[in-house]
Design a protein around this ligand. Sequence first.
Ligand code: GLU
Length: 302
Amino acid sequence: MQSPLSKNRVFRFAPSPNGLLHLGHALSAILNRDMAAACGGRFLLRIEDIDPTRSRPEFEAAIYRDLAWLGLDWETPVRRQSEHVAFYGEALERLKAMGVIYPGFLSRGEVKARVEAHEAAGGVWPRDPDGAPLYPAEERVLDRGEALAAIAAGRQHAWRLDMDKARALVPGPLDWSEAGEGPRGETGTVAAEPERWGDVILSRPDAPASYHLAVVLDDAAQGITDVVRGQDLFQATAVHRLLQSLLGLPAPAYTHHGLVPGPDGRKLSKSNEDTGIAAYRERGASPADIRALLAGYGFILH
Ligand code: GLU
């Protein structure tokens, strides 16, 4: 446990450049910077551009512009995930050697078709905390020879974590320290239930590492002691704790903050340009107005 006043604490804001930052991102970034400043710790910015199909240079440029306008500064050089592909690949090889990952050959569309057929017949398909259907366990390719032959024959695949095996390799309780709270008020020591996510993807043909894999490796590589982020990632922390345990990485302390509501009461989205930080700026708002807006939603900023 970090002492609250430790100067050695390291915070990070880690946006993905796949859209414009909105008020929720402003909140995360400001909270991270404020918490770092309050204890004399460090504040890092990380660009999570591991998915080349969704990341765009113009969104990365907009991140720097919006954060600077908010009055934030961060250490340079900024870590960009796209520059560390080999690093993630090494971890994937380690997990392969541990026998906890397998190539999943069913595409998302094929899984969807199965789910639809199953549900049309009145069945209930298990879903993860985000509502996505779990990968069918009977499609786990456990035979190494069979897997290698299919890969050699050029079959498209995503590397998936065999959740049962992975969980069995990590004995004892898996939990994390939560200084914020989850959607149901969970706080303090929270029990991690990664099995609710099923066999998560760790690498795909179009993205060398998944968010889950890259985020835990980067947090460790950058010595992050405190992860402060939105409650939408609260449940994902269970997967992160499992990967940290498997890979022998330290566990940061977590603070999940509430989400800024969108104008229609729904979740803010990067694709809604009206609620983007840039849109507020263009309409004449000042950084102080953004803070006041966030304070108006009940978020305590310093
Ligand atoms: N890159 C993630 C996102 O933009 C956030 C990662 C994190 O804070 O753990 O949603």
